[in-house]
Design a protein around this ligand. Structure first.
Ligand code: MG
Length: 323
């Protein structure tokens, strides 16, 4: 792929942007087309369904020789469910398609399935079908999941952040590579309860890292954001990661991916009510505000500000020498 400037180095966001511009979403059944955590479809009777699909590839997203296949299956299913949670509903069910490298042994294939089923059971979203193929390829696993609402609540979209909203996150961030990334806990029950009990602006699950995912919300909502450094909930794992990397723990909380926490926005008073009495007792932290413009700013306690680049952490594609 070469772009108009003759640049053959491109990122996954470039391709997704191009697809989102060209996909025809002008159908009566489509409520929300490409570009959010899920597509949203109208259901007969006034309800809606949120559907997502996600692929992991051995050697790119996991190490087929080191990562247990049970864990790979669990993570793939749970991370798809996290995209459903980002829409403010519980997950209904999922299906999985797998391409097994030729020569895969039977027990390993069953371990992959066991991981999918463990996630399906844990998060009450049954695995209801799929497809198994063999190929001359690495292991490829695709999970499609959906959730549905009777229409009593609206789906939470990336595009609904408004200037003056507070930015809130669940749990603690950073350092997921030290172990938590293999055992994601999608915030399904929390997100559904939050959507029922409060008026929420935008929402997204944190998979690309806090800065990257705030960036997705900014772009879809046409706003900027200012994050207060001292308010970011830094996990113990982020502090451990910092000891190893020599970076600040805050850096890991801002940029490490795969936290699978929920990030959302709400008007000031509503945000205060949520932080004071969050659904299901899940810890929620107010970390900053939505502002005018298109910049993501980090505000330090001493008044210093720095500009963060939310796009710095996408996976670069295209020929290696052009990166
Ligand atoms: Mg997502």
């Amino acid at each position: 792929v070469t772009d108009a400037r003759g640049d053959s180095s491109w990122g996954e966001f470039d391709l997704v942007d191009a697809i989102c511009r060209r996909t025809d979403a002008a159908s009566d059944v489509v409520a929300v087309g490409p570009g959010d955590d899920c597509a949203v479809l109208h259901l007969p009777g006034g309800g809606w369904a949120a559907v997502t699909t996600d692929t992991v590839v051995g050697g790119s997203h996991f190490d087929p020789h080191a990562d247990p296949l049970e864990a790979v299956g669990f993570k793939a299913y749970a991370s798809a469910l996290s995209d459903v949670a980002a829409m403010g509903v519980e997950a209904t069910a999922g299906v999985a398609a797998v391409v097994l490298p030729r020569g895969t042994n039977y027990d390993d294939a069953r371990r992959l399935e066991a991981g999918l089923r463990r996630a399906a059971e844990r998060f009450a979203a049954p695995l209801v079908g799929g497809d198994v193929t063999m190929g001359d390829s690495p292991l490829v696993l695709t999970v499609t999941a959906w959730g549905q609402s009777d229409g009593s609540v609206a789906p939470l979209l990336r595009s609904s952040a408004r200037v003056g909203h507070r930015v809130l996150v669940t749990g603690e961030l950073g350092g997921s590579l030290l172990g938590r990334h293999l055992e994601p806990e999608p915030r399904l029950a929390f997100a559904a309860a939050l959507n029922r009990a409060f008026t929420i602006g935008a929402a997204i699950d944190i998979s690309d890292g806090l800065a990257g995912d705030v960036g997705h919300v900014m772009k879809r909502s046409g706003v900027g954001a200012a994050i207060d450094a001292a308010r970011v909930p830094v996990s113990a794992a982020a502090r451990q990661a910092a000891e190893r990397s020599g970076r600040e723990a805050l850096w890991h909380a801002l940029h490490d991916g795969e936290d699978f926490e929920l990030l959302f926005t709400a008007a000031v008073e509503e945000a205060g009510r949520i932080v004071a009495d969050p659904p299901l007792g899940v810890p929620v932290t107010d970390i900053g505000e939505i502002v005018e413009g298109d910049e993501l700013t980090l505000r330090h306690e001493d008044g210093r500000t720095e500009r963060l680049n939310p796009r710095a952490f996408e996976h670069r594609m295209g020929p290696k020498e052009d990166r």
